[in-house]
Design a protein. Structure first.
Length: 73
């Protein structure tokens, strides 16, 4: 896959995550969880995001689901 194609795909995935997110839920979270959710929306990196949040992967994934942020691959 070419670099331009990958960048376009990343933008599309980011938009899908943004569009489906429950922004009221995200805004109601403590600052470190909110920052992690926003990072996940931008990057789609669940492992790095769980570290930012200080949570296990399973714990973060549960919060991600409650925030209605899709995992797009």
């Amino acid at each position: 896959m070419r670099v331009e194609e990958r960048a376009k795909e990343d933008r599309e995935f980011r938009e899908i995550r943004r569009r489906n997110a429950d922004w009221e839920f995200i805004k109601a979270q403590p600052p470190h969880i909110r920052a992690a959710l926003l990072y996940f929306i931008e990057k789609g990196d669940i492992y790095g995001t769980a570290r930012i949040a200080g949570l296990s992967l399973d714990e973060f994934d549960e919060i991600r689901r409650r925030a209605n942020i899709l995992v797009v691959v």
